[in-house]
Design a protein around this ligand. Structure first.
Ligand code: AMP
Length: 185
């Protein structure tokens, strides 16, 4: 089950805020502790008292990345941060967890991605791209480690131009190429 206090993820955001979906991944150090701490850091970006929906934790094989298996999750919450400010905040959290980028797709302590910004109901929100931020995240629709937890926190959702979250998840399941396992804790 999704770890949501309420089941309103994907509903209207609080006034003056946007509902966002963030992907979390870690595969170095102690991924379990890192993700737990990262979730708490994300909670600090959320509007107090609003629904913070957290998926299960998942274990995935690295895709276009080196090193041990990843631990992944997805969180959906309301924030007053504008898109670039949210990216800045996520990158600051990554830095706090000691992420280094010696080369492209190097193993990472913590990876935080803005998957979607401004979701409403089943609508996937902003579609835009600049040199720092591409929305929706350009690989969200093909990654099992995004789609499985996303389907837990936002089952009614659609990715702009890609189709429903459930259909996309079912497609990666049917392809069966990405090893993924739901964890119990
Ligand atoms: P990664 O190494 O996969 O974490 O990619 C980080 C880079 O992707 C950063 O330079 C970001 O500016 C860029 N980027 C583009 N779109 C996004 C997004 N939706 N979420 C996070 N990073 C993004």
């Amino acid at each position: 089950m999704a770890r949501s206090e309420k089941t309103s993820s994907g509903s209207e955001a609080a006034p003056g805020s946007a509902r966002v979906v963030v992907g979390l991944g870690a595969n170095l150090g102690d991924p379990r502790a890192t993700l737990a701490a990262a979730v708490e850091a994300l909670r600090a970006l959320a509007v107090p008292g609003t629904d913070f929906a957290l998926s299960s934790f998942w274990r995935s094989a690295p895709v276009e990345a080196a090193g041990p298996d990843f631990r992944n999750a997805v969180a959906a919450f309301d924030t007053v941060l504008a898109p670039h400010a949210l990216l800045d905040a996520l990158q600051a959290i990554e830095q706090r967890f000691g992420r280094e980028r010696p080369y492209r797709n190097a193993p990472r302590t913590l990876d935080l991605d803005v998957l979607l910004y401004g979701v409403r109901g089943s609508d996937g929100g902003l579609v835009r791209a600049d040199d720092r931020l591409v929305l929706p995240h350009p690989r969200a629709h093909v990654r099992a480690f995004v789609l499985e937890p996303l389907a837990q926190v936002w089952p009614a959702g659609s990715l702009p131009g890609r189709g429903s979250v459930i259909a996309l998840r079912d497609a990666v399941r049917a392809a069966g190429e990405q090893r993924l396992e739901r964890l119990e804790d």
